[in-house]
Design a protein around this ligand. Sequence first.
Ligand SMILES: C[S@@+](CC[C@H](N)C(=O)[O-])C[C@H]1O[C@@H](n2cnc3c(N)ncnc32)[C@H](O)[C@@H]1O
Length: 198
Amino acid sequence: MKDSQDAYGHQLYDFFKGRPVVEVVERDDGLIDPSETLPKYYLSEYKDWNSREKIAARYVRGRVLDVGSGGGRWSLFLQKKGHDILGIDISPLAVKVCKERGLRNVMIRSISKVDPSLGKFDTILMMGNNFGLFGNPKHARRLLKRFHHTTNPRARIIAESLDIYKSPVDPVHRQYHLRNRRRGRMPARVRMRIRYLR
Ligand SMILES: C[S@@+](CC[C@H](N)C(=O)[O-])C[C@H]1O[C@@H](n2cnc3c(N)ncnc32)[C@H](O)[C@@H]1O
């Protein structure tokens, strides 16, 4: 990824360095969704996590692969607890933030490049709605096969997602879900990008 493409990494790095940041998500239908809270969330401490995340943390065991580790909130928490953990992220600047925050094992790598060269894991983490990195059922099957070759027997995948049927139904989102259906896609599939500074 070129530095000019790493908008997420730039906003995360600037926030980490104490600069004011608003995350701007741009959906492919033109919806612009700004958030001041997200950058804070990416660097949040365990004490500030919601109850779902705290419950999920109880299921982590052994050697851990944190897929899309972001600012490293999960990896750093688990490193402190004594887990052997590897964070991977597609964003070079997110990886830099993790390193500067003290994460020992973290590298620039896409989920699609998870392979046995990373060693074997007992837990694969996909938090912060990173279940979405599976993309679509075909891609998910391919990735799950890769995970199978990269994990020990009885390993766990702990992934976070959003149930669009249970979350408040905002008409703007509902229209987007219907558009997906009309195009033969899963209703909650979202194509979006982060905009930052330009
Ligand atoms: C919503 S953030 C979640 C970060 C972290 N897991 C958390 O809970 O705070 C999503 C992260 O996934 C990373 N990411 C996006 N696409 C990826 C891919 N194909 N492979 C690996 N990481 C990816 C982004 O750079 C970002 O750091």
